[in-house]
Design a protein around this ligand. Structure first.
Ligand code: ADP
Ligand code: MG
Length: 322
């Protein structure tokens, strides 16, 4: 029997979703093999709750003391979307303590969490990316740089964000300033990129039993202007078609590109590559290294279409690291 810490929560706008992901993992873990402990990480508070009692984590060795029992963990299931679970911070901490975890390592997590750095690196590996500009808070040339280098419409995004928080699609130059202010409210760095007209396709890739497996490609059809926060989490505002209704060759190419990127970026666990398919090209949007795994999330649907139950998915992720 292995003790598994499921870490959830985190310090971003994705806190609630992460708590849902964590609870779902706890509910569906194979209890014959694993003993789950859902640990909420929120700022400096790292707590395990059992009925009405709260037990703080000892950060010196990532252990719990319950009564006279000291509980150490054989592995960590990482369900924190956003910082500090998706950007390499917790990965560094667990590496120092020699505790294995289900997601990508420090460098891959940190790189992929920085949307601009990640785009620039994947473009070196041959992926297509949209024209973009990277801005810092004190950059006085922001609006003129965008006007000079990019075609409208553009997406203005916090560079280190997720769940479309603080993001806008801007059609008119006069609206740029407000969109920049909104994004700078969330982050000190911003990515502005050209809008690519096309279909949104996403591909989940997992390393399991020595193999890299790509799940069936999924199309995201948003009823909103784009796949924004509401469309992501309000039922009925988006449709996820698994497998995507695209020609077999298109799906195959998308899976190949995703598996290559998974290899090149040295990913671990389950990650989701997002693209806009336009013309014959797959424009890389981002890679989610801790994708949502609530009951309504895309990854469990992809796994199901591949033939894995939710429990299979959790078990396979844990078997990879134990
Ligand atoms: N360059 C783009 N062209 C077209 N749609 C985009 C572009 N960038 C983002 N989007 C839309 O916005 C959504 C969120 O963007 P994304 O970069 O994935 O941010 P987040 O990390 O917040 O999910 C995408 O799922 C897509 O619908
Ligand atoms: Mg996204």
């Amino acid at each position: 029997m292995y003790n598994i810490a499921i870490v959830a929560g985190g310090n971003s706008g994705e806190y609630e979703i992460s708590m849902k992901s964590g609870k779902q993992v706890e509910l569906n873990m194979d209890m014959a093999r694993f003993r789950p402990f859902l640990i909420e990480i929120r700022g400096k508070k790292w707590n395990y709750k059992l009925e009405t009692k709260t037990f703080p984590v000892d950060k010196n060795d990532f252990s719990l003391t319950i009564g006279k029992r000291k509980i150490r963990f054989d592995a960590v299931f990482n369900a924190i979307h956003g910082t500090p679970g998706e950007d390499g911070k917790l990965q560094g901490y667990f590496d120092m303590l020699d505790i294995p975890y289900t997601s990508c390592g420090v460098t891959t997590s940190a790189l992929s969490f920085n949307k601009t750095f990640c785009k620039d690196v994947v473009s070196c590996y041959g992926a297509d990316i949209a024209g973009h500009v990277h801005l810092n808070r004190d950059d006085k040339r922001a609006v003129s740089l965008i006007k000079k280098n990019l075609k409208m419409p553009v997406f203005v995004k916090p560079n280190n964000g997720g769940s479309s928080v603080g993001m806008s699609k801007v059609k008119h130059k006069k609206d740029l300033k407000a969109a920049l202010d909104k994004a700078f409210h969330e982050d000190d760095e911003i990515l502005v990129e050209e809008f690519i007209k096309g279909r949104e396709l996403t591909c989940g890739v997992i390393r399991s039993k020595g193999k890299i497996i790509a799940f069936p490609v999924t199309e995201i059809i948003s009823k909103k202007e784009f796949f924004d926060y509401e469309a992501k989490y309000q039922p009925g505002l988006s449709e996820e078609v698994v497998p995507a209704k695209v020609p077999g060759k298109v799906a195959e190419t998308c899976r190949k590109i995703s598996m290559n990127l998974f290899r090149n970026l040295n990913c671990k666990g389950i990650v989701r590559f997002d693209f806009i398919f336009s013309g014959k090209k797959f424009f890389f949007l981002e890679v989610n290294t801790v994708p949502g795994i609530t009951s309504a999330s895309i990854v469990p649907k992809m796994a199901k279409a591949y033939g894995w139950s939710y429990t299979d998915l959790i078990t396979n992720l844990l078997d990879e690291i134990i």
